[in-house]
Design a protein around this ligand. Structure first.
Ligand SMILES: [Ca+2]
Ligand SMILES: [Ca+2]
Length: 602
């Protein structure tokens, strides 16, 4: 025993001596590189005035909650006045607030209150199109001189046939005929969302003024650029080729075309680079750090062009949608086979991203958003914590869609009638198909508590007055913030613990390397010189395993337990007794049950 103690003292002093001799690496991260960017879908987050719609006042009420999660920035889905057909993405004024959500004074208060808490504010920015109700489009339809070319009009006056075979994201031709002007106009989304014409310098100027308005006048910290790949389209308006085996005589769908004339066209990246310069200019004037983040669904290597194009910095980062592909079975909207949540599937999603990430670009991860089935519904609720481990600890910025921190899942398909469907992308498909295309299921009200029968989304019961704009998921009775706050082993508390761990230098910016990846185990290390290093291991197989790491030369023979997660909250409780934080264990024999995660520190 004495020998063991002497050895232990020697080992501790030896290892600490080693540590002091290694020069500590440090890095100053910018605000958008730290903590969490939390996506707030304002209509569904918190209703402060009882009309059934979440609003800006509701977001203000919940800022302290967001701070308690470790949120560093909020990204607000569109809050502009809109036609209300595409969740606010059909904007009728780019420089105002939707009265349903609040007014400019409330918005200014939201920015102010956020900043007081050290939370930055990112707004949704939708440059590709406006609502058909926007003054510019009304004027353009009337051929008024100033606005005639504000939108993409086609000279064809043949009302019987659209000018080409292009298909919109929401189905049907990208073209609608305007009877008044007697011409076709382009819309990559709904007919009520006409595309702005970026070959017109006056349009570019208007949009630049919009950027200046929010970032400078209204003190917003960043913009999330929507649907940027659609900004330009080929000037010749040529047909797009069809994928192999597609019958051209049938009604075409969006996934059946190869979008060589409507996506990532010349001019797109150049415009983004101009916007970045403008953002930098404003940041300089304001003596603050401002950023652009881009929405783009594409192969990882193509996505990187939105960060670095011809050696020029474009956005700070494009969103990383790799994990959006995690899914059991097929995505019925895109017709793509899902990637299973197993070690091989996970690695196949991480590899293309990290292998194509340029050195000057910053990584980010996200599991879901307002356009996609929630993670727990896609891969199973049993994997929610493990997916959060990846999302938070792989490195780079973590983006969290509201409710992911408590493990919210989609509203079951049979709980939304066609009459209750709000999303026009679903409604226009009719009373059966809306179930596939509507995105309402992943946009249901945030589940705060059991205080009211609408999960605390509104401050009183729905039987007394108005109902939430979308039905509340009935699982709120057990799955809600209030409950989970009280349970040390809940999704919410695990999420908070992981966000705290992310502050450690190795997790915040250290190197990422795979450790053991096989049929059952997915594991990786996060390391940086002179700081605590980590190994994150998860068992995604069906059986308990003993893991031996002795052949990995960068892993010491002994390491301390930094964190553990069991397959459910009961098992997490037991596991924390078996493997308490700080316990030194041999890395030759690590017990890892099915769906458990162990984080080692060394
Ligand atoms: Ca409201
Ligand atoms: Ca466009």
């Amino acid at each position: 025993m004495k020998a063991l103690i002497i050895f232990f003292i020697f080992w501790v002093s030896f290892s600490s001596a080693c540590k002091t001799s290694i020069k500590k690496e440090t890095k100053n991260l910018k605000w958008w590189q730290k903590g969490i960017i939390y996506q707030v879908y304002p209509r569904s987050f918190k209703d402060s005035d009882g009309d059934g719609y979440g609003d800006l006042g509701g977001v203000i009420e919940k800022l302290d909650y967001l701070k308690s999660l470790g949120v560093n920035a909020i990204w607000l889905n569109p809050i502009y006045p809109s036609g209300g057909l595409d969740g606010g993405y059909d904007i009728s004024s780019f420089v105002d607030i939707d009265p349903l959500l609040g007014d400019m004074a409330t918005f200014e208060k939201l920015v102010d209150e956020s900043h007081k808490r050290g939370i930055y504010v990112i707004m949704d920015f939708i440059p590709n199109h406006s609502s058909d109700k926007h003054k510019w489009f009304q004027e353009s339809k009337n051929n008024s001189e100033k606005y005639r070319d504000y939108y993409v009009w086609h000279p064809s006056r043949d009302r019987t046939r659209p000018p080409n075979n292009w298909i919109s994201h929401f189905g049907g031709p990208t073209w609608s005929f305007d009877e008044g002007r007697g011409q076709w106009y382009l819309h990559h989304f709904l007919p009520q969302q006409p595309d702005l014409n970026y070959r017109n310098s006056a349009v570019k100027k208007e949009i630049e003024e919009t950027i200046r308005f929010w970032l400078k006048t209204k003190k917003v910290d960043g913009l999330r650029v929507d649907a940027l790949a659609n900004l330009f389209e080929k000037e010749s308006f040529e047909n797009e080729p069809l994928k192999d085996g597609v019958d051209p005589s049938k009604n075409l769908t969006y996934p059946e075309l190869i979008h060589i004339n409507t996506l990532n066209q010349p001019g797109t990246f150049e415009t983004l680079i101009e916007w970045r310069k403008l953002v930098e200019q404003i940041a300089k004037e304001e003596k603050s750090e401002k950023m652009l983040v881009v929405e783009v669904y594409d192969e990882a290597d193509k996505t990187m062009q939105y960060c670095l194009y011809n050696q020029m910095q474009a956005a700070q980062f494009p969103f990383n949608f790799q994990f959006i592909q995690l899914r059991n079975g097929k995505n019925l909207v895109t017709n793509q086979e899902g990637v299973p949540f197993n070690p091989e599937g996970i690695k196949n999603l991480i590899d293309p991203w990290i292998n194509s990430l340029p050195a000057s670009c910053w990584s980010n991860w996200q599991l879901g958003n307002h356009d996609n089935t929630r993670l727990g519904t896609r891969i199973g609720e049993e994997y929610i914590d493990l997916a959060n481990v990846l999302n938070i600890l792989l490195g780079g910025t973590t983006v969290t869609y509201y409710g992911e921190e408590i493990g919210m899942v989609d509203l079951p398909k049979n709980k939304l009638s066609f009459e209750e469907c709000q999303d026009e992308a679903g409604k226009r498909r009719g009373s059966e198909l809306f179930k596939i295309y509507s995105r309402d299921y992943e946009r249901t009200p945030m589940q705060w508590s059991t205080k009211t029968n609408n999960a605390g989304f509104m401050n009183f019961d729905t039987t007394m007055n108005k109902k939430p704009w979308l039905p509340v998921n009935e699982n709120y009775r057990y799955l809600n913030v209030e409950n989970e706050n009280q349970d040390e082993f809940s999704h919410l508390n695990i999420y908070k613990d992981l966000v705290k761990l992310k502050e450690e230098p190795s997790f915040a910016w250290g190197d990422f390397n795979y450790l053991l990846v096989n049929k059952e185990i997915f594991s990786f290390t996060r390391t940086s010189r002179g700081n605590k290093n980590y190994a994150v291991l998860m068992n995604l197989g069906k059986k308990a395993l003993n893991v031996n790491l002795e052949n990995f030369k960068n892993i010491p023979i002994a390491a301390r337990i930094a964190y553990v997660i069991g397959a459910d909250s009961q098992e997490t409780k037991e596991l924390r007794e078996f493997y308490p934080v700080g316990l030194t264990i041999s890395t030759k024999r690590l017990l890892l049950n099915s769906n458990n995660c162990v984080i080692l520190e060394f």
